[in-house]
Design a protein around this ligand. Structure first.
Ligand SMILES: Nc1ncnc2c1ncn2[C@@H]1O[C@H](COP(=O)(O)OP(=O)(O)OP(=O)(O)O)[C@@H](O)[C@H]1O
Ligand SMILES: [Mg+2]
Length: 239
């Protein structure tokens, strides 16, 4: 199967610091992959490279077989805007506008027809349960509700892949479980590929596979780990 994102021998340095030291990774359509590893090991750095938010220092990044270093900057931003959805730990909602406006903002900035965008938004309501929140401001929402709104925003461009950086990091266990359930439905029912960073082996065990980063490299990749929380926790002790 054609990978959605493939990176080969990528490194990333910040000044003298070598954060990523040679990573090969392929994400295929339908994957639900978690990335784990100690704080500071380079998970976010890797996710940003996968999301074409910044280039690696060395090595190649392919988006659907296209070598991204050969693309023009606006081709890269088109891919980022139209094919990739981002979800962050701290939601990244604009505080001064309503939930509806937050969700529609990318479409508005992209000069799309807002009526069509609203119609697209409605199809996610059943999974996300946010219709009663649309006229509220972000500060009027619980953290779980904020994350559901942020996930809706990420779905709006009907991305092929969602990259999520600790999406449950600020949530209590109930709200976290609901968000994970949503990601599973997005993966299974909408067929969207998911790459998610987490520190939590309970969260990671809901994925199809887990990549462990250590010292800037892939230490291990466990596949078919659904329900294997203990195995994941044990591996985390090694990294
Ligand atoms: N923009 C930057 N400029 C300089 N150094 C950076 C930058 N971003 C990250 N780093 C450094 O790179 C290393 C890896 O950071 P990264 O954010 O990828 O780690 P992480 O695995 O996501 O950690 P955490 O689990 O705490 O989120 C850290 O030492 C960090 O200080
Ligand atoms: Mg991080």
């Amino acid at each position: 199967m054609e990978p959605i994102i493939k990176v080969t021998s990528i490194t990333k340095n910040y000044g003298q610091q070598e954060v990523l030291k040679g990573i090969d990774l392929q994400i295929e359509a339908g994957d639900f992959t978690c990335i784990m590893g100690r704080s500071g090991c380079g998970k976010t750095t890797l996710l940003k490279i996968l999301g074409l938010m910044h280039p690696p220092t060395e090595g190649d990044v392919f988006f659907k077989e296209r070598l991204t270093s050969e693309l023009f900057p606006d081709e890269i931003s088109d891919i980022r805007r139209r094919k990739i959805g981002f979800v962050f730990q701290d939601f990244n909602l604009m505080e001064s506008i309503t939930v509806r406006e937050n969700i529609l903002l990318p479409a508005i900035l992209d000069k799309q027809d807002t009526t069509e965008a609203e119609e697209r938004m409605v199809q996610f309501f059943q999974v996300l349960r946010i219709e009663h929140l649309l006229d509220k401001l972000p500060h009027e929402l619980s953290v779980g509700e904020k994350q559901r709104a942020a996930i809706c925003r990420a779905l709006m461009n009907e991305p092929e892949i969602i990259l999520a950086d600790e999406p449950t990091g600020n949530l209590d266990s109930n709200a976290g479980a609901e968000v994970i359930n949503i990601f599973q439905r997005i993966n299974r029912e909408l067929g969207i590929t998911i790459v998610m960073i987490t520190h939590d082996s309970k969260v990671a065990q809901t994925a199809k596979d887990v990549i462990f980063l250590k010292d800037g490299q892939i230490y291990d990749r466990l596949i078919n780990i659904v329900g294997s929380e203990a195995k994941i926790a044990e591996k985390m002790l090694e990294v």
